[in-house]
Each structure stands twice: as structure tokens, then as C-alpha cells.
Write a protein that binds this ligand. Structure first.
Ligand SMILES: Nc1ncnc2c1ncn2[C@@H]1O[C@H](COP(=O)(O)OP(=O)(O)OP(=O)(O)O)[C@@H](O)[C@H]1O
Ligand SMILES: [Mg+2]
Length: 364
């Protein structure tokens, strides 16, 4: 597969790391897993493999990652739930790539997801000419996962109507999918290594509840936002550098700007500043993913319109767009954050914090 893609799949992006882990892996491996649980952990949380450095990809909760891997080694599904932008999708891709060598076997849950997208559908030209046969069958990611002994990822499962979600229940209980049209050949048994990783957002409005029967077939893990400003700054810098590389943007990332943004997101999310002043939290989700996109947007502006140096007025305007897109009351909260927290930091520390405070006039 080509590597010159906007977002190569994890297994391609980290092919070298995965190969190094595989060749030095001596841990116990569940049947059909590409790597042992120990090596999967190293792939996600970083470490060494045969003298090679393996980068850390998920920050924050190492025990959660271990629990996810253990769930998948058993025969229960894994459901990652949490606020938007907490790396649920990223974690499910990392797990699938490390364990199955493939992160793209995915159903995207939407209000329009139908049962045949989850189970199977037909190539109607072949169905008409040959009748129901394997050749005419279009397998879903679930069916592919069962037949190949790999994971099927179900993104945003709660966007799908509950009765459609429930078509997973029989597969998860019996590990069999019945295709009645194929008669005696219509029973598909899941191979070892098959499992399901779901993700669901706990914040967005209009989501469908999951039925109790389906919930019981999954182990739930809640992915929380990163609580450490330093880590958040690292994530912003690392992700923006990756995006810049993919977009051929040769602009030096500004660590101080990443720091400002990480502190702003952290304090607005927590509702309290590092100095202990209470600030009103915006209704908008202050996710790390949003912080990454505000930073990257500012970097792009510097590259295409500016001198190559990230500009704070542009940062503040992008922040305004990200925070106030849903609720205009958030504008008042953001302004008041600048008038209290940013002003105080500007007076105490001067420098870039003072410059940042001067950009409060763009909040309108
Ligand atoms: N704990 C974390 N470790 C590493 N990166 C993180 C972390 N939290 C957030 N990110 C960053 O946020 C980005 C967005 O993550 P992702 O799309 O996986 O979130 P999500 O939880 O699936 O969001 P949504 O609910 O909107 O689908 C990641 O690519 C990464 O840059
Ligand atoms: Mg997601």
C-alpha cells in the first residue's frame, strides 16, 4: 500500500516498530494474535524492542491499556466509552493493528447503519445471475473478522439505532453468523482471534442507548481526558508535527504556543487555574483533539499567510472558533478566562503570557 497518504493506517505508519516487536517477541500469545500482550503493551505505551525504541502513542492511563488488552485476550468484546476527543478511536486502531495487523476492518456507526452493513449484503448482479452463493455475498467487517480471526471495529456504536446494534448479540454469544440464503453452507463460525472493539461517545446529543443484553457482552472502559498539562502539550506537539509532515508544511512548531494552548484547555476543562482561581467551564467539550486542531490551524496560517512564525492573535481567533461554535454563552466564559487567568499569568510571568493577554481583544 502507498505510504503517501493523508492518514496511513496504523499498521503502515508504524510498520517498522511492529516488525521489530514481532521479531523480538518472546511472550505468550493468544491464538492468532500477531503479538503477545506484552509486546502490544510496548507498542502502545512505548519501550524497547530488540534494541530499537518504540514510541509511546497513548498517554495517560497505562493500566487502562493493559485491561483493554486482557479483555481482548478473553472472549468478551471491548467497549471504549468517554468524552469526545479522548483517543478512543486511536486506541482501538492501535490495538487492532498490533494484535491483528489490520486496523481498517471497521463499521462506522451512523443513524443510517443497517443490519446488512453489520452482517452481510449481496452483489445484486451476481445474485441475479448465479443465485445466492458465496461469490455473490458481500461480507461485512464483522463477517470478515469472524472468518479471518481478526477484530472488527465498530465506531460510534450508539449512533446506530438500538435494534440494529442488537444484531451483534447472537454473534457475540454464539460466535456464529447464520446466512439462511446459503442453506447448509450458511453457518459461519468465528475463528480464534475474532473479537469486537466498539467506541461510543458519552457526550453527544441524540445518541441511542445500548440494550442491557448487548452491554453485558462487552467490558466497558472509560477513557478520560489527559489531566496532565505537560502530557497534553506533548500530544499537541507530536500530533501537529505528524499533520505538518503529511501536509508538507515545513514550519517549526512553537513549544511555547503549545504550552499556552495546553494550559488554556486544561484550565477551562477543569474549571480551576494552576493558581487556584475558579473559572467558569465552557459548555463546549475542551478535548485534546480540539487543542491539536487549533494548534495545527495556527501553524498552517503561519505557513501559508505568515512569516512561518506562529502568531498569537491567530491562535486566539482559532480558539474562539473552536470553543464558541455551539454555544454563544461560551464567548463570555472564554473572555472571562482571559480577564482573570490569562491576565494574572501575564502580570506574574510577563513574556508570552502577556502577549497572549493582549489578544483578548479578538474575542468578539
Ligand atoms: N490520551 C491520549 N494520548 C494520545 N493522544 C491523545 C490522547 N487523548 C487525545 N489524544 C489526541 O486526540 C486525537 C483524537 O483522538 P480520537 O479521534 O481517537 O478521539 P475519540 O475519543 O475517538 O473522539 P470522538 O469521540 O470524537 O470520536 C488523537 O489522535 C490524539 O492526537
Ligand atoms: Mg472516535
Amino acid at each position: 500500500m502507498e505510504t503517501n497518504l493523508i492518514k496511513p493506517p496504523v499498521e503502515l505508519r508504524y510498520a517498522d516498530e511492529l516488525a521489530a516487536l514481532k521479531s523480538s517477541d518472546t511472550g505468550k500469545r493468544p491464538e492468532n494474535w500477531q503479538l503477545s500482550p506484552k509486546a502490544v503493551r510496548t507498542f502502545i505505551l512505548g519501550g524497547k524492542a530488540g534494541g530499537r525504541d518504540i514510541s509511546r502513542k497513548f498517554y495517560g492511563n497505562d493500566a487502562l491499556v493493559e485491561r483493554c488488552i486482557i479483555t481482548l485476550a478473553g472472549n468478551r468484546g471491548l467497549m471504549l466509552v468517554g468524552e469526545p476527543g479522548t483517543a478512543k478511536t486511536m486506541l482501538s486502531e492501535l490495538l487492532s493493528a498490533a494484535i491483528c495487523g489490520k486496523s481498517t476492518n471497521t463499521v462506522q456507526g451512523t443513524a443510517g447503519t443497517t443490519e446488512d452493513m453489520i452482517k452481510y449484503s449481496w452483489n445484486y448482479a451476481l445474485l441475479l445471475s448465479k443465485g445466492p452463493c458465496r461469490e455473490a455475498l458481500v461480507p461485512s467487517p464483522l463477517l470478515i473478522g469472524m472468518e479471518q480471526g481478526i477484530f472488527a471495529r465498530f465506531e460510534e456504536i450508539t449512533r446506530t439505532p438500538a435494534e440494529i446494534q442488537d444484531s451483534l448479540i447472537s454473534v457475540m454469544s454464539d460466535q456464529i453468523l447464520n446466512i439462511p440464503e446459503l442453506g447448509d453452507d450458511g453457518l459461519v463460525f468465528a475463528k480464534p482471534g475474532f473479537n469486537i472493539i466498539g467506541t461510543a461517545n458519552t457526550r453527544d446529543k441524540g445518541v441511542n442507548e445500548m440494550s442491557g443484553a448487548l452491554k453485558r457482552r462487552f467490558n466497558f472502559e472509560t477513557v478520560a481526558p489527559v489531566r496532565d498539562v505537560r502530557l497534553e502539550r506533548e500530544i499537541i506537539l507530536r500530533e501537529a508535527a505528524d499533520l505538518a509532515r503529511a501536509g508538507h508544511i515545513d514550519c517549526a512548531p512553537d513549544k511555547d504556543v503549545a504550552e499556552l494552548l495546553a494550559v488554556t484547555y486544561h484550565e477551562l476543562r477543569e474549571g480551576v487555574t494552576a493558581e487556584g482561581t475558579m473559572v467558569e467551564q465552557p459548555a463546549a467539550v475542551m478535548s485534546t483533539a480540539e487543542a491539536v486542531s487549533v494548534y495545527f490551524q495556527t501553524l498552517c496560517h503561519a505557513w501559508y499567510y505568515g512569516s512561518g512564525k506562529m502568531e498569537l492573535p491567530v491562535l486566539t481567533e482559532n480558539l474562539l472558533g473552536a470553543v464558541c461554535k455551539e454555544n454563544r454563552d461560551d464567548l463570555g466564559r472564554l473572555k472571562s478566562y482571559f480577564q482573570t487567568a490569562v491576565k494574572a499569568k501575564g502580570m506574574k510571568e510577563g513574556g508570552i503570557w502577556n502577549e497572549y493577554y493582549q489578544t483578548a481583544k479578538y474575542l468578539r
